[in-house]
Design a protein around this ligand. Sequence first.
Ligand code: AP5
Length: 216
Amino acid sequence: MGIQAVILLGAPGAGKGTIADDVVRQADYIHFSTGDMLREAIKQGTPVGKQAEQYMTKGNLVPDKLIIEIVMQRIDRGADGAKYMFDGFPRTLEQARLLDAEFVKRKAVLSRVILLDVPKDVVLQRLTGRRVCRNCGASFHIHNIPPQKSGICDRCGGPLEQRPDDMEATILNRLEVFHQQTAALIAYYKSRGILARVDSSRPREQTAAEVAGLLK
Ligand code: AP5
C-alpha cells in the first residue's frame, strides 16, 4: 500500500489545526502542518527557520521551493503506507502542481480536499483570542476553547502565549494573502472532483464529525 493524503484547506483561523488534531485521534492519519514544522525550525534556529521567519512574522508565504523541499523530505522519511492530513499545505497553485508531480513519482494518492469555510468576522475573533502552548504547540482560545487553568496548557502544563503573527494587522495581511494566493486552489481541486466544503463556523465537535465522516 502506498502513501495517501488528504488536504484541509481554509483561511487562517478556519480551524485547520484544531480539526486535524480531533480527526487524527479517531482516524489513522498523521497530522502534517507546514506552519508547525516552520515554527519548530524557527525555535531550533535552523537555516530553514531563519529563512522562514522573515516571511512568517509579516504574514507572507514562505517561498514554494523551500516548502516543497521540506514537505517531500519529511514524506520520504515516513513509512510507505502512511496516511497524511495536510494542514496549511499546499497554499499556492505552484505548490499544488509540484505536489502532484512528486506524488506521481511516488505513486502516492491525494484522495480528498476538504475546504473549511468560515466568514471573516469569525476568523478575526478566533485568531485574536488564540493561545498556543510554548512547549507542545497545543492550541486554545480564551473564550471558545479555554484551558482549564488560565494561561496553562491542559496537555502538558506549559505556558500559553499568543503567536507573533496573531496581531490584528498581520492577521489582515494573512487573510489578503489567502484570497490572493490560496483561494485559487478551491477551483483547482473542485475541477478534479475531490473537493468537499464544510461549514467550520459551527462548534468544533460538529465540524470534526463531518470531516471524519467525509474520510470514511
Ligand atoms: P499556519 O500555521 O498554517 O497558519 P494559518 O494557515 O494562517 O492557519 P492558522 O494556524 O492561523 O489557523 P487554523 O486554520 O489552523 O486555525 P486553528 O485551528 O488554530 O501558517 C503560518 C505561516 O507559516 C504562514 O502565514 C506562512 O508564512 C507560513 N506557511 C505555512 N505553511 C506554508 C506553505 N504551505 N507555504 C508557504 N508558507 C507557509 O483555530 C484558530 C483559533 O480558533 C484557535 O484559538 C482555536 O481554538 C479556535 N477554534 C478552532 N475551531 C473552532 C471552532 N469550531 N469553534 C470555536 N473556536 C474554534
